[in-house]
Design a protein around this ligand. Sequence first.
Ligand code: UTP
Length: 288
Amino acid sequence: MQKPIRKAVFPVAGLGTRFLPATKAIPKEMLPVVDRPLIQYAVDEAREAGIEQMIFVTGRGKGAIEDHFDIAFELEKTMADRGRDISVLEATRLGPGNCAYVRQQEPMGLGHAIWCARDIVGDEPFAIFLPDEFMHGSPGCMKQMVDAYTQVGGNLISVLEVPREQVSSYGVIAPGKANGALTEVTGLVEKPPVADAPSNLIISGRYILQPEVMRVLEGQEKGAGGEIQLTDAMATMIGKQPFHAVTFDGTRYDCGSKAGYIQANLAVAMGRPDMADAVRAFAIDLLK
Ligand code: UTP
């Protein structure tokens, strides 16, 4: 029996420089894909996987995320008084038992952001979501990972294949034995030069990790880009605990990049009965 995954960490303290000026005053994680912000999709994916407590690692200028998951009393009352349907806001409410916020004072890297949540995570396995990696599929990516976790336990990361020349922008795995969607991980390296990359399988924004990773992060030196890298901390756990990669059955859009963000909007809009026809007609017209 594996310990259940009850908690998820959402690191949202990054600067979002690739989306400036849009992200000067608005957190990148609040950018909408059609009509839901990226962070809402990630929280919904966590809920679908049975996760109960959402832990947000925030920074300066990220207050809109806290407001988004709060009760908007004036808005709800005004809408209710006018007979408007407020069910659209239901998924945005996270009660005090279901959320916690912790501050990363300086954006020192993803590994450091995760370490900031150590006291709230405590001594249990936990999930990590990078909300700008938009995972589109059913069941969701984390549900697929939790199902795999109940079989193999230990640590899991979601991976996907990219053209080899792109690997230097990502964390890359050295793959071992594969069994269906599960692949053993024998090594991990962050942003390797193309020639040194152990594969073209990149880590894609979802993790299930054992709490020991927090103790590794405690003494972690800076890695690639002068940041404290989660990939380096995970690499030291390989061989000590089971470590697997899960190939997501679905589509991932890199919403940290502008092209990926536009693709995600188009893909979601095309799947929405209330707008698919209008968007398709517009796209066909535009392509002419
Ligand atoms: P990114 O590498 O996408 O960085 O971080 P970023 O700052 O958000 O965006 P760019 O590259 O400047 O455009 C991946 C995830 O890790 C979080 C980010 O918020 C994002 O969700 N992160 C990154 C932190 O929380 N703290 C950090 O120090 C770095």
